[in-house]
Design a protein around this ligand. Structure first.
Ligand code: FVH
Length: 296
């Protein structure tokens, strides 16, 4: 069984389980870089194109895992990973799981694989398939779990996109991943509300889109101040837009929605929390205190 070396130019053989949209993009990146790849997919037809591109196609997950020490997994969800690996001998295997999961699922999977003689590294992919093999796209994979596994394969893992190791806790990659995806969900919900506001007007959505993209990008940097305030416990530190002003402005946002015949259901969860903080006497602070209101 080949041990990966620290030579960044070496092209080591390994196994990839899962040839969905993301698994296929990853496979192509590794094949293009010259890595001998053994692949397996539940639906064999999805492996045909990759066979033509040089991949070795295994008939079963067990066969694929037996072929190499490093096994990268990119399946739909935690359940599919458990199903695919249920009857597979993992002794001496290094499993790198790029399947989206919760922190709890990642930790449990680390134990499950450890109990069966394997080492475990979890990954959270911060990229969509077209960003793979495009370094300037800004994509990367968050990794956490075994430092030894990350160090052993870091050059191989860096082939498709960037890598960021975030700690030995196997749940941390998933936690960072879900934190970023959750923030993205809030951003998309805000954009949906913005498009709804102009929907019945003679304003083409394409006229709003560049303004929206630039404004969101300009505001995104505010998270650094929020982080500093949360760390210090002083939510008045560096405040330029205080909560009292923002809650008054929120009334304008909500009234505009009414005027435009748009539901406020995407806005009110957040504006309601801001109003609660104001009612609790935090008008001179930023909205960082909303974070504390969310903790149960
Ligand atoms: N695609 C994306 O935009 C996102 C970007 C960020 C990261 N995600 C996560 O990556 C994982 C894989 O996503 P995907 O895009 O490859 O997903 P699909 O194209 O739907 O392919 C799913 C693969 O999983 C196989 N599969 C499903 N259930 C099972 C099962 N019970 N046993 C074995 N394999 C299973 C499926 O096989 P098949 O349907 O072709 O037989 C595909 O190979 C995912 O965690 C995203 O959240 C992607």
């Amino acid at each position: 069984m080949e041990q990966h070396t620290s030579d960044p130019s070496a092209q080591h053989p390994f196994t990839l389980l899962g040839l969905g949209a993301m698994g296929t993009a990853l496979a192509r990146a590794w094949l293009a870089a010259g890595h001998p790849l053994t692949v397996w997919n539940r639906t064999p037809a999805r492996a045909e194109a990759l066979a033509a591109e040089g991949a070795t196609v295994a008939g079963t997950a067990a066969e694929a895992v037996a072929a190499n020490r490093l096994v990268v997994v990119c399946l739909l969800d935690d359940n599919s990973v458990r199903q695919a690996l249920s009857d597979v001998d993992l002794t001496g295997r290094d499993v790198v799981n790029l399947t989206t999961s919760t922190p709890g699922q990642a930790r449990a999977l680390a134990d499950w694989i450890g109990d069966r003689g394997g080492r475990f590294l979890d990954g959270g992919i911060m990229a969509v398939p077209p960003m793979i093999s495009v370094p300037e796209s800004g994509g990367y994979v968050l990794y956490s779990g075994s430092t030894d596994v990350f160090e052993a394969y870091r050059h191989t893992l860096a082939v498709p996109t960037g890598t960021r190791y975030v700690g030995t806790d196997p749940g941390f990659a998933a936690l960072y991943d879900v934190a970023l995806l959750s923030a993205m969900t809030g951003m998309f919900s805000g954009a949906a509300h913005a498009f709804a506001l102009i929907r019945r007007e003679e304003i083409p959505p394409k006229d709003l889109a560049p303004l929206l993209a630039d404004w969101l990008a300009a505001m995104a940097g505010a998270v650094h101040l929020t982080a500093a305030q949360l760390a210090s416990g002083d939510y008045t530190m560096g405040v330029t837009s205080n909560l009292a002003m923002m809650v008054t402005a929120n009334a304008t946002l909500l009234r505009t929605a009414q005027e435009q015949g748009v539901s406020t259901e995407l806005l009110t969860p957040y504006t309601g929390l801001m109003a609660r903080r104001l009612a609790d006497g935090h008008g001179d602070e930023s909205d960082a205190g909303v974070v504390d209101l969310l903790l149960r």
